[in-house]
Write a protein that binds this ligand. Sequence first.
Ligand SMILES: [Zn+2]
Ligand SMILES: [Zn+2]
Length: 206
Amino acid sequence: MKFEKFVVPPLNNNAYLVWDEKTNEAIVIDPAQGSDKLLEFTIEKNLNIRGIVNTHYHFDHVFENAKIKKSMNAAVMMHKKDVPYYEKDDMSEKMNNGKFERTTVNAELRETDLIKFGQEQLTVMHTPGHTEGSICLYSNKHGIMFTGDTLFAGTYGRVDLPGSDADKMKKTLARLADFPTGTKIYPGHGKETTIEKELEWLKKFK
Ligand SMILES: [Zn+2]
Ligand SMILES: [Zn+2]
């Protein structure tokens, strides 16, 4: 499994392109406004984007789902509990002068679903708190986790937004504290970290 991080607008989002080197099948995690960069890289490396996975429905993460879906014929996926928010959320229009192309969600995700691309896969973990349907994507084999706005280096995501739940966030953080300490964390904003580096504060939620 290989991946590349792109730091892109609108809120210094981390968009990840993850692929299987053997088959060149790829997925995008949270395109944000990075479709030009992502597609350019995809063509350069001869990758085939099969899916777009959103860690949650927020406008900054889903902004260019439609652009990538159209050009690569990729399936849009997010947790089923965030789909209703995505379908009615008007933040994307507001933040972009009414210009936002909404697209349909092709697959509603649940806990333990597997996102497969080539011979690689990521496991869906339902980690509510920041939103009802926030997910983290985990690879046991590679010891990596993509955490969206659930876990950042040094902190966790806001719990005062529509669909947020502070109690659920506590349970989610307690769950993350139990992962192997060497697990590398790739968040939706900011720099990467590890469970070990965050454990000091994470374990207070246990
Ligand atoms: Zn968010
Ligand atoms: Zn965000």
